[in-house]
Design a protein around this ligand. Sequence first.
Ligand SMILES: [Zn+2]
Length: 134
Amino acid sequence: MGSCISNEDCPNCKWEGCVVETYTNGHQWAFCERCGYAYNNGNGTEEGAEETKNPKGAWRIMIKGTGGKVGRITNLKEIQKGMKSFVKEEKDVEVCCYTFKKGKKWYVHDLLNNRKMLHSEWLLYIEALQELER
Ligand SMILES: [Zn+2]
């Protein structure tokens, strides 16, 4: 089967960090951690493809010592509620945030530190955090 991984600009928000994986059997999937755009053609045909139209953003949770989880937002109020109790109840939460768009720019709401920042600033923060752990 084999696979090739390529980074292409997100078809929705044009972010260059969108992950697109194409396998030699025709299977292709994509996920954008900025806008939540997702694509999966499952069986490798265009007919079976699932695509998220008009994504509302993405959420991310990381607990110390684990890889963390990401997903797309389907209901923002539910995500906000869930994340607030998650931060209160769980120990060792390292990252708990979601993205949102305001005007033409993408922002990140960091619930752990209760602050909002530009997505580009957020990337620098995450990079520094991961650098510390190495
Ligand atoms: Zn995107």
